[in-house]
Write a protein of this length. Sequence first.
Length: 399
Amino acid sequence: MDPFEAARLGPLELKNRVIKAATFEGMSPGGVLGERLLAFHRRLAQGGVAMTTLAYCTTEADGRINEDMLWLHEGLEPELSRMVREIQAAGARVSGQLTHCGSFSRNRRLERAQRPLGPSAGFNLIGASVGRPFAGAMSQADIDHLVDSYANAARLMKRCGFDAVEVHFGHGYALSQFISPRTNRRSDAYGGSHENRMRLPLRVLESVRDAVGEDLPILGKISMSDGVTGGVDWDEGVRVAQSLDRAGIDAIVTSGGTSSFNPMLMFRGPSIHHGMIEQERNPLVKLGLRMLGPLMFREYPYEELYFLERAARVRDAVDCQVVYIGGCSTRESLDRAIGAGFDFVQIGRPLLKDPDFVKRAMADGRYDSGCTHCNRCVSLIDHPDGIRCTENDPPAGVS
Ligand SMILES: Cc1cc2nc3c(=O)[nH]c(=O)nc-3n(C[C@H](O)[C@H](O)[C@H](O)COP(=O)(O)O)c2cc1C
């Protein structure tokens, strides 16, 4: 298969097989859409990706990790529709990542709940710095409310003209917290066996499908492994994909790791705590990161296509389409991933380094984006100017 040929993602025709991965842009201060966010995605569209993904759109206000994330509500509809139309006019389809942080929150302004809610009560490390060190357990009414919030947000995305919806089932956020036995210690119908832990994620998938119908594809991003003792392991990751496949998902995106326990499994390369120390203004948090960073962020050496073999197990186990993600930064890697039978490839960091990745890779069989996987872009998600490649545009004082 050719990475640059047109291909169908479920019912949607894409002009090639390259999709910009969701990378939280940090360009929605106070949850407001701005010109910068539009310019970011328009630039990616101009560079040739078939589809770009608006990252981390939460289904309700309390689903935001912090107050500067987007949550999908009616007040956003006119601006969001305009943004989607303008990106489409620049040549790319637009997907939106539907998500909810569950208990992984440092949101100071919770609207519905008194504290962040997840499957089970527990300590909430990232909330500690904003006075929310504990998370509560969702009641049945909270679970029903969560499912409805996904359906409402998906309906809104459809009204706004999105071409696809990507439901986030991974990385340690709400649905992943239910899937993972490490964070889900419930003894009711939503905890225990694989089937029970998948109950809420499958209800969400069903409600999103009801909301968008058959004409919008639904992608599901999963963590093939949480990378933490007692969490989802590589074997169960395959079963997660199979459960979503049986429930009618259009495509699985095969990621790994969790933001809460093991983020470097997702990225590989130098730990993100180095960049976090550079960005942090609070001297106490800075000190804490210096001391605990090396313990909190286990490092894995970077290699191109670092999830290829793991993702191939998923590809062989499901009937739906599979989107490869993780470490595709050259034309050769793109050819290899598509040659290995993946339907599409999602690319994150290399497209921050070079938004013209697709155009250049089409023209040059030896193309290399130049992304060094330094992971400093990741540390900029809380920066007031949002994310960028620091190798293209170093922050003041950093060489
Ligand atoms: C700055 C940054 C922000 C990210 N934010 C998100 C996000 O909001 N949602 C998500 O699912 N993954 C997020 N990711 C992970 C990427 O989607 C992707 O899984 C990871 O970067 C590996 O792909 P790559 O090697 O192509 O960069 C983020 C990555 C980066 C670099």
